[in-house]
Design a protein around this ligand. Sequence first.
Ligand code: PA5
Length: 443
Amino acid sequence: MTKDIQFSYAKAVSAEAVMAYEQQVAKCQEMLVNGTGAGNDFLGWMNLPADIRPQLADIQATADLLRRECEVIVCIGIGGSYLGAKAVIDALSSSFAWLEGEKPAIVYAGQNIGEDYLYELQALLKNKKFGIISISKSGTTTEPALAFRLLKTQLEEQQGKAAAKDLIVCITDAKKGALRTLATQEGYKTFVIEDNIGGRFSVLSPVGLLPIACAGFDINALIDGAERMMKVCSSTTPFAENPAAQYAAARNYLYGEQGKKIELLVNYHPKLHFVSEWWKQLYGESEVKENKGIFPASVDFTTDLHSMGQYVQEGERHLFETVISVEESNYMVEFPHDEANLDGLNFLAGKRVDEVNKMAELGTMLAHIDGGVPNMKITLPKINEYYLGELIYFFERGCGISGYILGVNPFNQPGVEAYKKNMFALLDKPGYEAESAAIKARL
Ligand code: PA5
């Protein structure tokens, strides 16, 4: 039988402290299952691993077509419309995919408004056969809309409008938004982001699955893992066996009772960097509102032990760590013996690099605990599609429960609107005349 990912709070919180949340977590699970909590119109992610199955063949066929036709595929999107795909693709790809000339190469746009970034991307795509996956639930987000206009224009210039049409796929709302209007008018292939799935909970929808399939990874295995975790973390699993329930309880205890305001998600495999970026969005946008909530931060160890390690060991004691520990590397590298031993490393001869990494992980955990940083651990048997699927659902379910424990609506993000309003006013967007005058008077 395949193992599951495991969660342990043993080095952070006592069992009594966590078990004390049992009733409260049961209520939160009930709110999620019965849709009786705040934001209950955004619970489509709960059964998504099962609900998405009928679409997998179409997603795969579309990916196969783009893979056949394109040297490069540009995924356009920001926030939840980009981070999940990037997290999974980076975790599964070779660290040097670019240099190895993997085709098609997956690149991203619309996740920033950097002029140099877009110039360099356009230069890269010049005379290359590329495709575009344009993703925006609202269909009106400025960053991806801007990138889409630029790249669509370039694609049409390079391929002609008719051929370009077959290389563009849009993923957006079924009816609303500029991207839907545009896709319908231009006749692009589209996938729908259901109304009840928020951006940061959409990685297991076409939003994440199409780019992941385009990168050549097994979306069926990803969904298998997610569906398995859906069962493991369900409301019918006893609290003592439910990893998402315990994670939600332990972090709320650390925050509420121990004053730990910052959670550091730690990895020891650089490929997981964007899993942390995805997690930060999931927890940051979901939980942190009404002037409360844990600040989600992340570090890549051992790299960041040589920078942030000082802060973690000796800084303010308002941190706890959640370590993603990978049991088995996908490859094996052994240290060679060296007769001269000038570097003094013969004590490592015959050992695997992963053994050294594991001892760094263990040593760091003990040092940080000694330094007053509680450590929780998520064990991934290995980095593959199945376990990433499990990890994604584990974090999503934990987030829903955790937000409800904290007493917020985990499914809205009112705080991200303020900058947009100011930006539109400053750019003289039609409809923002009053805001425009008011903001300019402040400058
Ligand atoms: O989680 C969210 O809802 C946001 O981060 C969105 O994903 C992000 O703002 C992009 O929105 P959209 O997909 O509408 O372009």
